[in-house]
Design a protein around this ligand. Structure first.
Ligand code: NBP
Length: 476
């Protein structure tokens, strides 16, 4: 009888295939399966010689080819297909076997599937994997959630395939239940904010500073050598430098200005609204993609709605201001995302170690950046930190950037260039640093029309004023 495989992968599209190859490259025998067998055959023809693979056509043979307790990575399209695969696997598995959903599942689905699998005697892990197809093959950032004992059984394999930064693999057990997919969701949300901020900087450098795409690309290349050093800044330089083979123009100039999205940014924003956590950077990024999608409406409005036209006069004096504004806005976006994870951790009892999240995002994933070392250090020193902005490094970074940040926002507003993420980040910052804001009036209004009561600064308890009657105040 053939030797049993240590782990299985079902779903051999780009992510599953590359993950299976990555695992096999570490000398681990891997069982592979795909709903459509032709894809499995193609996988074996292309990569079968790379490692110790056992391919099966039926789910039963696939399950039988695994050593027990079985460990099965499910890498199929998120949503119903995951439930379908679990349904098919469940009757074929034994108590204690582990199903690992490594796709981009929505965390409430993971919570539900964990309970369903547990009821059937199975262990379930929801695992976030970031890094796209290259990451899956060469070293992703992995965010495993679920039963800690189940994680111990796959830890060695996960640590061997993850990206490594300064000798530390970009993987750690994130927390129970839906914690892994939750953290992956926030990672993707932060990715939305990062990308939006980069797009706003590009817009300003193009339309306010007056530079062409290759010149802006060079600026990003230079920025990538400083505090902004990150994968996204690096590839921005490369994308802006690319010449279109058909027209000889910069490729970005012939790409339609309509952004796609798969929904993880929206999930993050909705969750923040439900938690009551201000998440302006990520949410504005989702809205900006929505506005970009209204292309025909924008075209019609461009000829009707009044506003200033950006000067486009070359003025490079603003370049450093834009870099500082980008950095400060990025600090705010991360501060918000980490505050959201903290709130979710408390709400769900996950005990997320936020410093470890920063650590495993340093490599392999799309938001990998030098900056994450600073976040890791902040949480190492202050594990219960309310807000990253309160750590001296970030407090000073934003203080040093704020004059430039304000100048950029004034300039963009004067010239009619929209900067929703830059400006909402500054508003959040200004709101967060204010001891007393205007919500006293909100409470007054709410009490006027709905008797919702208010609290006083000089007395305990709740009060209501009979605004429309005799005007007297009563204790509620
Ligand atoms: P896709 O998301 O395109 O899914 C294709 C795979 O799902 C194929 O193997 C397909 O089998 C299988 N599948 C479908 Br569709 N419906 C099925 C069903 N009812 N039962 C069984 N299998 C079914 O693949 P991907 O781009 O490799 O992504 C896989 C997961 O990883 C997704 O959750 C994705 O969001 C996540 N992810 C992707 C990336 C990325 O960069 N692409 C990055 C990070 C995470 P078939 O061959 O028979 O149609």
């Amino acid at each position: 009888m053939a030797e049993k495989s240590r782990i299985g992968v079902t779903g051999l599209a780009v992510m599953g295939a590359n993950l299976a190859r990555n695992i096999a490259s570490r000398g681990v025998p891997v069982a592979v399966h795909n709903r459509t067998y032709a894809k499995t055959e193609q996988f074996m023809a292309d990569y079968g010689a790379e490692g110790d693979f056992t391919a099966s056509e039926s789910v039963k043979d696939f399950v039988d080819s695994l050593e027990t307790p079985r460990k099965i990575i499910v890498m199929v399209k998120a949503g119903k297909p995951v439930d379908g695969v679990i349904e098919e696997l469940t009757p074929l598995l034994d108590e204690g076997d582990i199903i690992i959903d490594a796709g981009n599942s929505h965390f409430p689905d993971t919570v539900r599937r964990t309970a369903e699998c547990e009821a059937n005697g199975l262990r379930f892990m929801g695992v976030g994997v970031s890094g796209g197809e290259e990451g899956a093959l060469l070293g992703p950032s992995i965010m495993p959630g679920g039963d800690p004992a189940a994680y111990e059984e796959v830890r060695e394999i996960f640590e061997s395939i993850a990206a490594v930064v300064d000798g530390t693999p970009c993987v750690t057990h994130v927390g129970p239940g839906g914690a892994g997919h939750y953290v992956k969701m926030v990672h993707n949300g932060i990715e939305y904010a990062d990308i939006q901020l980069i797009a706003e900087a590009y817009d300003l450098l193009t339309n306010v500073v007056g530079l062409d795409a290759p010149a802006v690309g060079k600026i990003f290349e230079e920025w990538n050598t400083g505090d902004l050093d990150s994968f996204l800044i690096e590839i921005t330089g490369k994308v802006l430098a690319k010449t279109d083979a058909r027209t000889g123009r910069p490729l970005v100039d012939v790409i339609v200005d309509q952004a796609g999205q798969k929904g993880t940014g929206t999930w993050t924003a909705i969750d923040a609204l439900q938690l009551g956590i201000p998440l302006t950077g990520i949410t504005e990024a989702v809205f900006a993609r929505g506005l970009s999608a209204l292309r025909s409406e924008r075209k019609a409005a461009a000829g009707v709605l009044a506003g200033p036209t950006p000067s486009k006069e070359v003025d490079e004096s603003l370049v450093e201001d834009i870099r500082l504004a980008l950095y400060a806005s990025k600090v705010v976006a991360y501060a918000q995302g980490f505050a959201q994870m903290r709130a979710a951790s408390v709400e769900n009892g996950w005990d997320l170690k936020l410093g470890e999240m920063a650590t495993i995002w340093r490599g392999g994933c799309i938001i990998r950046a030098r900056f994450l070392n600073r976040i890791r250090e902040a949480y190492d020193e202050h594990p219960d930190l309310d807000n990253l902005l309160m750590v001296p490094y970030f407090t000073e970074a934003v203080a040093n950037a704020q004059d430039a940040w304000r100048r950029v926002i004034v300039k963009a507003t004067e010239q009619g260039v929209p900067i929703p993420a830059f400006s909402s980040s500054l508003s959040y910052y200004d709101g967060y640093r204010r001891e007393r804001g205007p919500a006293n009036l909100i409470q007054g209004l709410r009490d006027f029309f709905g008797a919702h009561t208010y609290k006083r600064i000089d007395a305990e308890g709740s009060f209501h004023t009979r605004w429309a009657q005799d005007g007297t105040e009563v204790e509620a």
